[in-house]
Design a protein around this ligand. Structure first.
Ligand SMILES: Cc1ncc(COP(=O)(O)O)c(C=O)c1O
Length: 405
């Protein structure tokens, strides 16, 4: 064993010893990153095909984002929301305009933004729709992933996420994803919102049947229910449009955003909606010490700027077409199914060959970092700054791994 390999082994052992085991990371210890590539403590390079679960849509250390962060650090990084700062208004304006909405409520993590969306929907239900106090219901989809708080895992259908963490928060109705009839049947006069991912990421990049999002929109309008789209993973360029809802020309009542909004530099999340929805909140009813801080806002302004150029959406569209074309050619050669949109793919590996975890371990050994989910699925979601050569590299390595099993 070389000196360099010892560095990885020591770092893995240290992390194992001192951290809770709520993740099962691949044994790679990253020390440097640039664009779509990372380098480990032993100097080995890997193509990052997970991209921080889409938090790194613009790649590692995008110069415009690092520049925005550096400049802001020279001025002010945190004020508290008891005062205003000069990055706050511009960020909220730019993001609202990107979304075609009126107002923004900034938070930090995705789960916090989902919690915010739930609270706002309930308050809207009581104050605007007229739902009797304490009876608001929210319709969600089976196999959802919206975060890890106790309320959010209360409506998870994944036993790993949910078991042992009760008692659970009531007020949610779970229907099969993609099933409009079931959704219609679950909605009644107490329903304040439908909360769904336009593409289910953690479930294995499940794209709903064509017309589903259009149907959800129509149903919500007809029933006076808020359509809340969790675009935390699917949004901000990943699928080849700014939002996954755009593929059906659908506009929800509320966008829930996170991950890439912070450019891979700082955690930034937000709920973006109309004034008649977010306007229900009054001072003191909701907040966050770090939500909307100057550093977060400065970076997120630069993120919105990048999105306004359209360049990343176009890259995701064009390179996504190549990625999916090449992955489809592997069906029957160790792959049983491929799903996804843009630079986002869920790939089912033939369970007779290997597990998803094994596939990721083998990919790591040949320079590609990916993540398994639900046994035999692996996900590829590289930064949108990848080149055609990078996409071919990732698929060639996958083909190699499957062929040598
Ligand atoms: C669709 C979706 N919603 C919410 C979350 C939770 O975000 P966070 O981990 O920042 O709390 C995630 C994270 O993977 C997600 O994919």
């Amino acid at each position: 064993m070389t000196m360099t390999t010892n560095r990885t082994a020591a770092a893995v052992a240290e992390a194992e010893r001192w951290t809770a085991h709520n993740y099962h990371p691949l044994p790679v210890v990253i020390a440097d990153a640039d664009g779509a590539w990372v380098t480990d403590v032993d100097g080995r390079r890997y193509l990052d095909c997970l991209a921080g679960y889409s938090a790194l849509n613009f790649g590692h250390r995008h110069p415009a984002l690092i520049d925005a962060a550096r400049k802001q650090i020279e001025h002010v990084t945190l004020t508290s929301r008891a005062f205003l700062h000069d990055q706050f208004g511009p960020f909220c304006r730019d993001l609202a305009e990107l979304c075609g909405m009126d107002m923004v409520l900034p938070m930090n993590t995705g789960a916090e933004a989902v919690e915010t969306a739930i609270k706002v929907s309930r308050k809207w239900g009581y104050k605007v729709k007229g739902v009797p106090d304490g009876q608001a219901s929210i319709v969600v989809a089976a196999d959802n992933f919206h975060g890890r708080t106790t309320t959010i895992i209360s409506f998870s259908t994944d036993p790993d996420a949910r078991a042992d963490y009760g008692p659970y928060t009531p007020g949610f109705r779970i229907v099969p994803y993609g099933d409009l009839d079931a959704m219609r049947a679950a909605i009644d006069e107490t329903t304040v919102a439908v909360l769904i991912e336009p593409i289910q990421g953690e479930a294995g990049v499940l794209v709903p049947p064509p017309g589903y999002l259009t149907g959800v929109r129509a149903l919500c309008t007809e029933q006076n229910v808020l359509f809340v789209a969790d675009e935390i993973q699917s949004g901000l360029g990943r699928t080849g449009d700014t939002f996954a809802c755009d593929h059906e020309g659908v506009k929800p009542d509320m966008y829930v955003l996170g991950k890439a909004l912070g450019g891979g530099v700082v955690p930034v999340s937000a709920v973006v909606s109309r004034a008649d929805v977010l306007g229900v909140l009054r001072p003191g009813e909701h907040g966050s010490t770090f939500g909307g801080n100057p550093l977060a806002c400065a970076v997120a302004i630069a993120v919105v700027d990048l999105l306004n150029s359209g360049e990343f959406q176009e890259r995701a569209r064009e390179l996504g077409a190549l990625l999916h074309e090449r992955l489809r050619a592997l069906i029957g050669h160790g792959v049983t199914a491929v799903r996804g949109r843009g630079l986002w793919a869920g790939i089912d590996i033939d369970p007779a060959l290997m597990t998803g975890r094994e596939a990721c371990e083998r990919l790591m050994a040949v320079g590609v970092l990916a993540k398994d989910t639900h046994g035999s699925t692996i996900r590829l979601a590289p930064p949108l700054v990848v080149t055609e050569e990078d996409v071919n590299f990732a698929v060639d390595r996958l083909a190699e791994v499957l062929a040598t099993s």
